[in-house]
Design a protein. Structure first.
Length: 344
């Protein structure tokens, strides 16, 4: 296992040196943030990030995310141009030692929560999701961190309109077309693509979502068997779908899981949940069983603690403060060490 930590580039308030001080930290998971979606990431920008990581003694082997242009997801004629750009970005990243790219294929919106600061009894706060509240939200008036907020209201409206005719099957075909288009670049660069599951794993605002559990994984492998077509196993996203058996999935897909986002949820309704500290006892996901299944099935990929709570008075980016994610990393280090030694 290679422990990593998400770092939002030079504008992140958490210095690389602090990340390096977390025990067993192998590298950061980062991205070039100032290139419009669909354009090629030029080598100079990648080189700059790489130099910063090198100086801090941290690897830069995982990128999260190289976003996928909506025209690709919509299957528009212009997609070929954007796929060629994406392939060029893959080749450029390969030159700087990148091994894994995390991406998602969710139409228009990335992850969705209804509250970014739900306060727990101990005074910490975390992200939460309430389905009834979500249904009452106006998709044109949402502001959440991590989203592409570069759309104007009219652009957003026409995007939402464009998806009205896109079925789950078409969206899946468009994903396959995209993957087939970029696999040669992955072969050349030695880069694994690791799709992030939809979060939460069900349709939102009438938009189809297709990466929701084991069935989606099977269809993806069947359609694109190339080994560079793989997964980001995000326990929190998949775990919001109560039907997903995470230890079973970890076991079954370990050889295609290139990156694991490990975090905890506490269920509070059929679809509702609050995020919690990483430990198994803090929520409803059996983090112990998940890590055990991964290790026993031979997983040797990148791991990162995911969304942390805000604790100790920290006012960090929701989900991405330093303290609780560092605690998560320490906990996961312990679990992995125990499992890896037991396996030997
Ligand atoms: C949220 C993240 C997601 C993830 C993208 C990957 O915290 O897990 O925003 O980075 O979906 O493309």
């Amino acid at each position: 296992m290679k422990m990593t930590f998400r770092w939002y580039g030079e504008s992140d308030s958490i210095p690389l040196q602090y990340i390096k001080q977390i025990p067993n930290m192998h590298g950061v998971v980062t991205a070039v943030y100032d290139v419009p979606v669909g354009e090629v990431w030029q080598e100079e920008k990648i080189a700059r990030l790489k130099t910063l990581c090198d100086k801090a003694g941290l690897g830069m082997e995982v990128i999260e995310s190289v976003p996928v242009h909506e025209d690709i997801k919509l299957g528009k004629p212009s997609r070929d141009k954007y796929i060629a750009n994406y392939a060029q970005t893959i080749r450029n990243l390969g030159k700087f030692g990148v091994k894994c790219i995390c991406y998602n294929f969710m139409p228009v919106f990335d992850w969705l929560r209804t509250d970014l600061k739900t306060t727990a009894a101990d005074g910490s706060n975390s992200l939460s999701y309430n389905h009834e509240q979500l249904l009452r939200l106006d998709p044109q008036n949402l502001h959440l961190p991590g989203w592409d907020e570069s759309y104007t209201v009219s652009e957003l409206n026409s995007l939402l309109d464009a998806y009205k005719n896109v079925t789950h099957e078409q969206l899946f075909d468009n994903l396959v077309y995209f993957l087939k288009g970029i696999m040669p670049a992955c072969d050349q660069a030695g880069i694994d693509m690791a799709i992030h599951p939809d979060d939460p794993p069900w349709d939102m605002f009438g938009l189809p979502r297709i990466v929701t559990g084991a069935k989606s994984y099977d269809s993806m492998i069947k359609a694109v068997p190339n080994k560079h077509n793989g997964f980001t196993f995000c326990t929190g996203s998949l775990g919001a779908g109560r039907q997903n058996d995470l230890p079973a999935m970890a076991k079954k897909y370990a050889d295609r899981i290139y990156f694991a986002h490990i975090r905890q949820l506490k269920y509070c309704g059929d679809k509702d949940f609050t995020e919690a500290g990483h430990r198994t006892g803090a929520g409803d996901l059996d983090i112990y069983a998940i890590v055990k299944a991964l290790v026993n099935a031979g997983f040797d990929g990148y791991v990162r603690p995911d969304h942390g709570r805000n604790i100790w008075g920290e006012a960090g980016k929701p989900g991405y403060g330093l303290y609780d994610r560092a605690l998560g990393a320490a906990y996961l280090n312990g679990l992995f060490e125990a499992m890896e030694k037991e396996k030997k």
